[in-house]
Design a protein around this ligand. Structure first.
Ligand code: XIL
Length: 453
């Protein structure tokens, strides 16, 4: 395994060590700068990619310490799961109750988390009184609702889902029936966005929907609406893709392309309610695909999962989240962290295989020195690596360890590959070493770039 260097430092040579090391250091050790430590939480890893990583939060669970600590450790954004919905804040006309939503917003602000406001105009979780109004009254009530809620949270919300789920599923591309659609007609969405902009001009205004994650009749209809809004100057800043997936509704193969076409209209895109039913590596792979799609779209500003732990998921039986019922990190968690470039182990399949090689001098003596090369995988797991080390004649490499070397005809260029298993998790490192016999030359070896497979 390890071949001892033939000329290790003897006691009499001690005095020379510092001097020789100094010469080598001054010669500039190729790649000596290490790779920055990979972030080890979802939020920090996403932040390193310029994005937030959020979760839906229920006010009723904030008192559970494991819930709160997982939230605070891993996430940089929150969406109240139900607390800002119409039935929660205005169950009775013009009587507003913000207590539960305020709890979430206060918690988030205390931790510097973004808040996504969810949602102002939606056919569901809508109190019965709204459906009973005449058209004129409904218009007033809708605008009043938007105004009161957005005023209460003015300056505290990163993005609002102004209108949620306004389109039908299936091939029609038609609007969904709702009190708003049925009484106010197509124009209610535009009106809601205009009112929203007038109340809090600093909040991003989003349209949010599900089954719009790939290109289909429904997403085409939303696309046409957003395009029209942008052309006519109707204020819209973002489109939310709920991304509730399971085996019947898997991550679409054109997910990234769909996000990109919306982004190309001049809006941000966000993944707003991500959950993927399943378990193990299949679930992990789907999560990886979603993260990679967002990372590939510059205007994809963040990802929100629809809950922290499987036990509180709205689809609990499908175990669709990143933490199990005991807040244990699932394979899906590791995959997401890894895809975000974090320091999780395992989780393969995400991103492009890459690696870096960094040289350091570990020992020197009169007549030779030992070098070490640390190989670090990039944002995806790798299964192998290749690094070249070139020494300056008449130097010779006289021993190596933790690698399998091969040589060019000159004997100066050593190509090092793993000893057996070359697997490295995303962000993980290994190292190999070698002894150089100086033969009068103390020049540091040149370490070439790392090639991953
Ligand atoms: C869900 C919540 O998670 C549940 O607790 C609630 O009972 C129903 O609503 N689309 C949305 C979310 O926009 O608001 C929904 O949240 C899930 C589907």
């Amino acid at each position: 395994m390890m071949h001892r260097s033939p000329g290790g430092p003897g006691l009499l040579r001690r005095a020379l060590l510092a001097g020789t090391a100094g010469v080598l250091a001054a010669a500039g050790l190729a790649g000596a700068a290490g790779t920055a430590d990979a972030a080890s939480t979802l939020g920090a890893s996403a932040a390193a990619k310029g994005r937030y990583f959020g979760t839906a939060v229920a006010a009723g669970h904030l008192g559970e310490s494991a819930y709160a600590s997982t939230l605070d450790t891993e996430f940089t954004a929150v969406t109240p799961e139900n607390e800002m919905k119409w039935d929660a804040v205005e169950a009775t006309r013009n009587s507003f109750n913000f207590a539960s939503a305020d709890q979430i917003v206060a918690h988030a602000q205390g931790k510097n988390m973004k808040v996504r406001g969810h949602t102002l105009v939606w056919h569901s979780q809508l109190p019965g009184w709204v459906g009973g109004l005449s058209a004129i009254d409904l218009r007033t009530a809708m605008n009043n609702h938007i105004t009161q809620v957005m005023t209460h949270y003015k300056g505290k919300i990163y993005a609002w889902d102004v209108v949620n789920e306004a389109y039908q599923d299936g091939s029609s591309g038609a609007r969904r029936s709702s009190p708003f659609q049925d009484k106010l007609g197509d124009g209610y969405i535009e009106e809601a966005f205009r009112t929203a902009r007038s109340v809090d001009p600093n909040a991003k205004l989003c349209y949010n929907d599900y089954n719009t994650d790939g290109q289909n009749a429904k997403s085409n209809a939303v696309y046409a609406m957003v395009k029209d809004f942008k052309q006519r100057g109707v204020p819209i800043d973002c489109v939310g893709f709920q991304s509730h997936f399971n085996s019947a509704s898997p991550v679409p193969s054109d997910y990234r392309a769909n996000l990109q076409r919306f982004a190309d209209l001049g809006v941000d895109v966000q993944i707003t309610e991500l959950d993927i039913e399943g378990s193990g590596s299949a679930q992990a792979t789907s999560y990886t695909n979603v993260v990679n799609a967002c990372l590939a779209v510059t205007r994809c500003t963040g990802i929100t999962v629809w809950g922290i732990t499987d036990k509180y998921s709205w689809r609990s039986s499908g175990t669709p989240l990143l933490f199990d019922g005991n807040y244990g990190k699932k394979a899906a968690y590791t995959a997401v962290l890894s895809a975000l470039g974090g320091s999780g182990s395992g989780g393969g399949g995400g991103g492009t295989a890459s690696c870096t090689a960094a040289y350091s001098l570990t020992q020197s003596w009169n007549g030779g020195f030992n070098g070490q090369v640390t190989v670090t995988a990039g944002s995806a797991a790798i299964t192998g690596w290749t690094v070249t080390v070139t020494v300056t004649p008449p130097q010779k490499v006289s021993a190596t360890w933790n690698g399998t070397p091969s040589w060019d005809s000159s004997g100066n260029v050593m190509t090092m590959k793993p000893n057996g298993n070359g697997n490295l998790a995303a962000g993980a490192s290994t190292s190999f070493g070698f002894t150089v016999t100086s033969n009068g030359t103390t020049t540091a070896p040149k370490v070439g770039s790392c090639t991953a497979s």
